[in-house]
Design a protein around this ligand. Sequence first.
Ligand code: F3S
Length: 282
Amino acid sequence: MKVELAKSAGFCFGVEKAVNTVYEEAKKGNDIVYTLGPIIHNEEVVKDMKKRGVEAVRIEDLASLPKGTVIIRSHGVSREIFNFVKRSGHRVVDATCPFVKKIHAIVSVQSGKGKTVVIIGNPEHPEVMGIRGWGDENTYAVENIEQFINLELKKDKEIIIVAQTTFNHKKFQEIIDKISLLGYDVRCFNTICNATQERQAEAKNIASNVDAMIVIGDKKSSNTGKLVEICQEECKNTVFIQTLEDLDYDALLSVDSVGITAGASTPKHIIEEVQNIVRSKF
Ligand code: F3S
């Protein structure tokens, strides 16, 4: 059987940097280490960190916790939360991905100039909520054209548009085109991360050439969910697994070729395990 593993499968630069930061801080051993929320959307990694004494905590718990080091995850946080953590008496280590920080800067500058800012992304996603928190009351988040129309924004002012880093490139372009067609003057910053674009393009390409496609990632990971969507469009036989235990071997019995990819928060060892088993069993 032909097995093709996507080169871009697994941790992206920002996640790798954040995860390494946590392990480095834990290794120092001179402080209690907290992460503000789970460092990434991957249960396996969070469990492993817990074993090393790293606790994922909530913002509202900070005041009552013994003082330690608080690591801000790669998704980033709003300006208000950032300042709150800084004032909490804990040491702060900011592991926000530099690409997300760049969006914070765009939103902060444009909003400071009095511009209306629209973030194209899932309004409930922590990254988007964080980005929104660098703007003012004229900063919005929408994930489709209907939500944009419902904002009822005036057409006499330029609108600044940014994207959630993991947003689907094609959908982003479609939404921008529709907004322009409605007669809005838009200035668009394409802030979709290259890592996501490359992973999506490679997954699409592999999925269109194989009989079955395996996508590995946490069920809560939004970028993995999008990979599944893209792969399903190209290959009906796409399976979404979190670890090797979820793999249904029967589904692979009658296929000649299998493609494998994984979301940005999937650790290398899980990808290796799946790849090795698929290569050895079939
Ligand atoms: Fe950063 Fe891109 Fe990853 S924005 S966290 S490198 S997907």
